[in-house]
Write a protein that binds this ligand. Structure first.
Ligand SMILES: [Zn+2]
Length: 125
């Protein structure tokens, strides 16, 4: 096999490159740095953020689930599945934001009505 770093030809079962010493064998499939896998965003940070920010909504957990799935698929080297999961994670991030805003809007309207009622009752005294 060829070294992915310096391009030197090594024996197929070689553990390290004879020229540069780079480790040639990993547990998973060999993915050179800066390869396609590095360009797939898992959206895990966004998913966790929307889940924390819109805590009453459980929808963010779905986004986290898909983000973790994407991460697992990247580790397995299954880039097509990783890309699909990554796309779903992003979609569910946005659904989570929409549902979160709806819940906040509904709750604040309810609270506002409650407070107006309270003020009205208070003014009667
Ligand atoms: Zn090398």
């Amino acid at each position: 096999m060829y070294c992915h770093k310096c391009g030197a030809l090594n024996e197929d079962n070689a553990w390290r490159c004879t020229r540069c010493g780079t480790v040639l064998h990993h547990d998973g499939p060999l993915l050179p740095a800066g390869s396609e896998s590095a360009r797939i965003a898992t959206h895990l940070a966004s998913a966790i953020l929307v889940t924390i920010f819109f805590l009453p909504s459980p929808v963010g957990l779905v986004a986290i689930y898909y983000a973790l799935t994407a991460r697992g698929r990247i580790a397995q080297g299954n880039l097509d599945a990783a890309r699909a999961a990554s796309k779903r994670a992003l979609i569910w991030c946005w659904i989570s934001v929409a549902v979160g805003i709806a819940i906040v809007a509904y709750t604040s309207r309810y609270l506002l009505g409650y407070m107006q009622n309270f003020t009205r009752q208070f003014q009667q005294f």
